[in-house]
Design a protein around this ligand. Structure first.
Ligand code: SAH
Ligand code: SF4
Length: 357
């Protein structure tokens, strides 16, 4: 790695920060102050802060170019706002030049940040712009934390009274393919003395990485789970989601049942409606059978058109929803609000590449 032995201070959880400072003889009180400054306030200019001498000295000796620690402060390369002004999508450049997407959404007074967990994605879903880029690398925990800090800074600039209370892991990448870094980031982000987003307000969206789903349940992680399903038979799903060959639909549904039994929590099923691929009334009926007995909620979202695929029209989407509800399944049909320019995951980056090519 280009940073050599350097580490990001944003990679450290609270207890690690206490340990690191403790090793240099700096007591717990100062570690708490540093944590609040870094994570609670999102400060990036530590040298400019008026800390007490032991912490001021530690910062001067340990943080900066050529020193033990750096800060994750991604640079904004581009920003796109939706026409209603409620969605702002940022292209952020990381230290090694990789570019990722972070989205801040605000509807009905609720503010949500959508973060990326990888540069690119290895799962190759055929309708997803990120999937079509391929996998580049996992993000570190600090790079995930830094996206939330960025979104909060922006929100604060719009209105200091507003709080960032919700988070979804629905940007670029597959969160359960980068399990350790994602869990470490979520521990930090949900820490009440730091950013403090409540764990039940954090949704992890997965393409269906079965071992990850089971691990979430076994470790008792308190976050919400969303599973991107998109197909009700093995053939239908595999044609859209190649990862289904590795973790087949029957195995995935069994894991969801187990997750429900262990956690007692409702699972959200994401269903991207793609014209002519997975939006027929027959598919809706098969989906009702597939999910029978699971405490779940289905979110239907028309596809943001990508090369060769288009989204389902409203009429057919509402019909699909009606069948699920009649089958006893809570189901929301989300018209894509304000996502006109912000587009789906990975699409801004793909578009930018075309603009600059
Ligand atoms: N890898 C995870 C999380 C990131 S993708 C996952 O697949 O769940 C987040 C969501 O965006 C997924 O439900 C995915 O199917 C959806 N998505 C990807 N491309 C899309 C597009 N062009 N239009 C609508 N939704 C899309
Ligand atoms: Fe990866 Fe999710 Fe896109 Fe599939 S939909 S390629 S899992 S980011």
């Amino acid at each position: 790695m280009s940073d050599g032995a350097q580490r990001s201070l944003h990679d450290l959880g609270f207890s690690e920060l206490v340990e690191v400072l403790g090793r240099d003889g700096v007591i717990l009180h100062h570690a708490k102050v540093l944590w609040r400054t870094l994570q609670g306030e999102g400060e990036l200019d530590l040298a400019g802060r008026d800390f007490l001498p032991p912490l001021k000295r530690w910062v001067a000796e340990s943080v900066g170019e050529g020193k033990a620690f750096f800060l994750d402060a991604p640079e904004v390369v581009d920003e796109i706002r939706s026409s209603d002004g409620l969605t702002r999508k940022f292209l952020l450049r990381l230290r090694d030049g990789q570019v990722i997407e972070t989205v801040l959404m605000g509807y009905q007074g609720r503010h949500t940040v959508c973060v990326s967990t990888q540069a690119g994605c290895a799962m190759g879903c055929v309708f997803c712009a990120t999937g079509q880029m391929g996998f580049v690398r996992h993000l570190r925990s600090g790079e995930i934390v830094a996206q939330v800090l960025h979104a909060r800074r922006i929100l604060n600039g719009i209105d200091p009274e507003k709080r960032l209370r919700n988070m979804v892991l629905m940007g670029m990448g597959e969160p359960l393919h980068n399990y350790e870094a994602v869990m470490s980031a979520l521990d930090s982000i949900s820490n009440r003395r730091g950013i403090g987003i409540g764990p039940t307000k954090i949704s992890i969206s997965t393409v269906g990485v079965v071992p990850g789903i089971l691990r979430l349940a076994e470790e008792g992680r308190p976050y919400c789970l969303a599973v991107s399903l998109h197909g009700a038979t093995e053939d239908e799903r595999s044609a859209l989601v190649p990862a289904s060959k590795r973790w087949p639909l029957t195995m995935l549904i069994a894991a969801c049942r187990k997750y429900g039994e262990i956690t007692g929590r409702r699972i959200f099923f994401e269903w991207t409606l793609i014209a002519g691929k997975n939006d027929s009334p027959e598919t809706a009926k098969r989906l009702v059978e597939l999910l029978r007995g699971i405490d779940g909620h289905v979110n239907l979202i028309p596809l943001n058109p990508t090369r060769g695929f288009s989204g389902t029209a409203s009429g057919a989407g509402l019909e699909f929803q009606k069948i699920l509800i009649a089958g006893g399944f809570p189901c929301t049909f989300r018209q894509r609000r304000g996502i006109d320019v912000a587009a789906g995951c990975g699409m801004l980056k793909a578009e930018k590449r075309m603009r600059t090519a």
